[in-house]
Design a protein around this ligand. Structure first.
Ligand SMILES: NC(=O)c1ccc[n+]([C@@H]2O[C@H](COP(=O)([O-])OP(=O)(O)OC[C@H]3O[C@@H](n4cnc5c(N)ncnc54)[C@H](O)[C@@H]3O)[C@@H](O)[C@H]2O)c1
Length: 351
């Protein structure tokens, strides 16, 4: 049984605690730390005997591993302290605020003794993973364009620090878009060049952008687009991905929980849509078929992520999403921000 401590008991921590019940046989929350004692106390109250403290260093005797879910400007210092104390660390993204801070954490990473894993939770989402596998395995031919939309509404009622560029490390792109830059790099390979244009119109509580448009080109020749906003007062796409491949277009619909193949070509060399349909899916349209549907139960990304972290601890394995691996997405964002300020296209070769 792995004893886990939570450092930072805000909205992300609440998600973790509620969702992780299915892992109760492998892990137990034994300590909670938050500078707001009410938050630490409220979280600990759900776990009989769990410690609630203000100073995270006071939990070290009671835990084998920690989840760090604090504002971004604290990731570096708290991460180093936990690793120095020999604790396994699941660090919420992004790793830290600057390349220098990230490099110090990478130097302190001796995974799996102890493990340092980054919380890029979308990499553990079964539907998004399946989508990425279709692109990487060229299931529907070569991919030449991917678009990712994330339309959310967030304001200061969630957390005031999210508006402060100094604490976030930027704006919406650095804080939330990093998930999708990470996925695009994972799916499409080495980036070549790109642009970012952001605005805080619509999210005036944010110092930097609350709405973000990214265009990227990859060494394969594929291009990609990411639109993310925290200002959506309504949405049709929600979370959605479209990928154009040489044998059809794949559509991930986050709300419906489906991946649909759209195909207008009827050439004889392509498999029939019947052969591609997910089990039980209707074949009532000549040019589209659902190839994946999210199951009603299980498959929660945050549970899959914690299970991967526990696997690394129990099996003494290095995590796939290591500190070093997670740095790439941030390097792309820093270059995009720099180029945006200078009104030019960013050269992303070598990242
Ligand atoms: N993976 C995801 O999808 C996702 C979603 C939301 C947030 N996050 C990440 O989770 C982290 C936390 O975000 P959040 O939305 O929960 O923020 P939040 O503001 O709701 O919670 C942060 C908590 O940290 C506490 N805190 C501040 N300083 C502390 C310190 N020195 N010691 C202990 N606790 C301290 C605050 O009091 C607060 O309760 C961030 O890294 C964020 O990017 C990830």
């Amino acid at each position: 049984m792995i004893r886990v401590g939570m450092i930072g008991c805000g909205s992300m921590a609440r998600n973790h605690c509620v969702a992780l019940q299915p892992l109760a046989e492998r892990m137990r929350f034994t300590a909670f730390a938050d500078i707001d004692p009410e938050r630490a106390g409220a979280a600990a109250a759900r776990y009989p005997g769990a410690l609630a403290v203000k100073d995270y260093k006071l939990i070290f005797d009671d835990v084998d591993a920690v989840v760090i879910a604090v504002p971004h400007d604290l990731h570096h210092r708290i991460g180093l302290d936990c690793l120095k104390a020999g604790k396994h660390v699941l660090m919420e993204k992004p790793l830290a605020l600057t390349e220098g801070e990230c490099r110090e954490l990478i130097a302190a990473d001796h995974s799996p003794h102890p493990v340092l894993m980054l919380g890029y939770v979308m990499r553990h989402n079964p539907m998004w993973t399946r989508f990425g596998e279709c692109l990487r395995d060229e299931t529907f031919g070569k991919v030449f364009h991917v678009s990712i939309w994330t339309e959310q509404y967030t304001d200061t009622s969630r957390a005031a620090w999210l508006g402060e560029a100094r604490r976030v490390g930027g704006g919406q792109l650095f804080s939330h878009g990093c998930h999708y830059i990470d996925l695009l790099l994972h799916w499409l390979g080495d980036p070549v060049c790109g642009t970012h244009i952001g605005t805080n119109l619509g999210t005036p509580w944010m110092e930097r952008e609350g709405t973000s448009d990214v265009s990227l080109k990859f060494a394969s020749g594929a291009t990609a687009y990411h639109f993310g906003t925290w200002g959506a007062r309504g949405t049709r796409l929600g979370y959605a991905v479209h990928a154009h491949c040489t044998e059809g277009m794949l559509e991930l619909d986050g709300s419906a929980g489906t991946i649909t193949l759209h195909r207008s070509r009827t050439d004889g060399d392509l498999p029939a849509l019947e052969a591609l349909a997910a089990p039980g899916e209707a074949l009532d349209k000549p040019d589209q078929v659902v190839v994946y549907r999210r199951p009603d139960e299980g498959g929660k990304a945050v549970v899959e992520q914690m299970a991967a972290f526990l696997d690394c601890i129990e099996q003494e394995r290095k995590p796939e999403i290591s500190a070093a691996a997670s740095l790439r997405s941030l390097q792309v964002i820093w270059k995009l921000y720099e180029a945006e300020e200078q009104m030019r296209v960013a050269d992303l070769r070598g990242i």
